[in-house]
Design a protein around this ligand. Structure first.
Ligand SMILES: [Zn+2]
Ligand SMILES: [Zn+2]
Length: 119
């Protein structure tokens, strides 16, 4: 089930850089917005596209290591450990980003996923 909106995803993507041109201006390509939660992000500057995954309920169920990883992420603002995963984007083969929300202060920030680097 997808609970996040397209607008929210586009807003949160501005906190990361394009893997190619290093700009931070993205959109979701609506032609590829599947109901299964697999969307496609597109850089507005260089038109590079990358997968965005929004069905985190399914992802967490199929990737048992991820919840442990999320519990270990600490917020850089309040130092609380443990975040909620809102969606993830694979900006390049080496760069998967988790977009998370701190459970303590509700700050939203991107976190590089170390788990997926070795897939
Ligand atoms: Zn770009
Ligand atoms: Zn926090």
């Amino acid at each position: 089930m997808v609970t996040i909106t397209q607008q929210e995803v586009e807003r949160r993507l501005t906190t990361v850089q394009c893997a190619i041109c290093k700009q931070s201006s993205f959109a979701i390509d609506e032609r590829f917005m599947g109901t299964d939660g697999d969307w496609r992000g597109i850089c507005k500057k260089c038109f590079y596209t990358f997968p965005v995954h929004t069905d985190m309920e399914f992802y967490l169920r199929t990737q048992p290591d991820v919840p442990f990883h999320l519990k270990a992420i600490s917020c850089t603002t309040c130092n609380h450990r443990g975040v909620d995963l809102d969606f993830r984007a694979t900006l390049s083969v080496r760069e998967a980003i988790y977009f998370v929300t701190c459970k303590g202060c509700k700050r939203q920030f991107p976190e590089k996923s170390s788990l997926e680097a070795f897939e």
